[in-house]
Design a protein around this ligand. Structure first.
Ligand code: 2BA
Length: 149
């Protein structure tokens, strides 16, 4: 079990850990699922944030949700994807963080989700915090604390 020395661990804020919005792949609520699948396949991610035209965070769309929509009775019906909008199938019940939240707030949310979106006071999307970033922080602290390991 990892024991972190409370005094030595400087807890960063979400603003110091996030990947900023310009580096994050996203789709819009009104995009057809066909477009969302293309973005997901091209970027290699399994899920990405969904924004409205004013850049507000609205939910998350995943490859698995999109594939579910293509399931016909006997075969995959990919042509359905141009008739369905992202907002109809996206996951709306997704947590978010604010800039001033701490790494520990992010850690709690990242137990159940691979990334969490960061929004400002108006709900505008500013970026994401990923599991990788948090794990790297803990790994760094662990090795700095127990240099002989
Ligand atoms: P996943 O797409 O399921 O990816 C799981 C992990 O696999 C990622 O963990 C990363 O370590 C690796 N990975 C997958 N695709 C990658 C790629 N194209 N380039 C580099 N590494 C890749 P995390 O980095 O912790 O990311 C967690 C989740 O955050 C990802 O889950 C994805 O849903 C989202 N994500 C990360 N970076 C993103 C970005 N720039 N734009 C949109 N979504 C992003």
């Amino acid at each position: 079990m990892v024991s972190l020395e409370k005094e030595a661990l400087v807890i960063p804020k979400v603003s110091e850990l996030m990947i900023s919005s310009e580096k994050v792949a996203h789709v819009q609520v009104g995009n057809p699922l066909e477009h969302a699948l293309l973005v997901l396949v091209k970027t290699g991610y399994s899920s990405i944030p969904v924004l409205d035209p004013t850049f507000k965070f609205k939910g998350v769309i995943s490859k698995s949700k999109i594939l579910e929509e293509t399931l016909g009775i006997e075969e995959f019906e990919l042509n359905r994807l141009s008739d369905i909008q992202v907002k109809e199938v996206m996951d709306k019940d997704f947590p978010y963080l604010h800039h001033e939240d701490s790494m520990i707030d992010a850690l709690h949310k990242l137990i159940d989700f691979p990334f969490v979106c960061v929004i400002d006071d108006d709900g505008e999307f500013d970026g994401i915090v990923t599991r990788r970033t948090i794990l790297k922080q803990f790994s760094k602290h662990y090795h700095e604390t127990f240099k002989w390991v």
